[in-house]
Design a protein around this ligand. Structure first.
Ligand code: NI
Length: 178
C-alpha cells in the first residue's frame, strides 16, 4: 500500500497529454492502480487520474456515491471503476452546469458546463473492455477525469469566473453565486 503525493495545479505533469498504456497487465500498471486506489481513498475524493500522481499514462478511476445521484438520474451510484485508455463521446448536444472541485486544486470550486450524457469506453484493471452510458454526476466525473488525461483542468472550462472560488467563501456567501 502506498499513498502517493498529489500534483497541484502549476506542475507541468498536469498539462501534458497522457500516453496510452501498452500493457494494462504489467506489474508497473497494476502497482500504479493499487497505489491510486489508496491515494484516492486517503484524499476522500471521487476520482483520480494518473497525471495527478505524476504518472503521464492514460489511467483514471472514479466512483459515484449513491448520495451524489439525483432522483431523476438512472445511476444508483457507481462502484469504483478503473478506466485505461478511455474514449468519450457525447450523446446528443445537451450540456449541463455543475460545481466541481479537484484534488489538484485544493480548497477551490468552480461551475463548469459538461455534456449531459456521454458514452465511454476503455479497459478495466484486468484489461477487459468496458462500455457504458452515463448521465448526471457520473457523466461529469468521467469527463473531469478524462480531461486530466488530455492535460486539461476544470478552470480551463469555466465561463463565469464569478462562479469560481474558495469553497469556504462560496459556502459563506451562497447568494452571490445563485
Ligand atoms: Ni481533478
Amino acid at each position: 500500500m502506498a499513498i502517493l503525493k498529489i500534483a497541484r495545479m502549476g506542475h507541468p505533469v498536469l498539462r501534458q497529454p497522457a500516453a496510452a498504456v501498452a500493457d494494462p497487465a504489467s506489474a508497473e500498471i497494476q502497482r500504479l492502480i493499487a497505489d491510486m486506489k489508496d491515494t484516492l481513498a486517503d484524499a476522500e475524493g471521487v476520482g483520480l487520474a494518473a497525471p495527478q500522481v505524476y504518472v503521464s499514462q492514460a489511467v483514471m478511476m472514479f466512483f459515484v456515491p449513491p448520495s451524489r445521484t439525483a432522483a431523476d438520474e438512472d445511476d444508483d451510484g457507481v462502484p469504483l471503476t478503473v478506466l485505461i485508455n478511455p474514449e468519450i463521446e457525447a450523446i446528443g448536444e445537451e450540456t449541463v452546469g455543475g460545481w466541481e472541485g479537484c484534488l489538484s486544486i485544493p480548497g477551490l470550486q468552480g461551475y463548469v458546463s459538461r455534456w449531459a450524457r456521454i458514452r465511454y469506453r476503455g479497459l478495466d484493471a484486468k484489461g477487459q473492455r468496458i462500455e457504458r452510458e452515463a448521465g448526471g454526476f457520473h457523466a461529469r466525473v468521467v469527463q473531469h477525469e478524462y480531461d486530466h488525461l488530455m492535460g486539461v483542468l476544470y478552470p480551463d472550462r469555466i465561463t463565469d469566473h464569478a462562479r469560481f472560488g474558495f469553497v469556504e467563501e462560496l459556502r459563506r456567501h451562497p447568494s452571490a453565486i445563485d
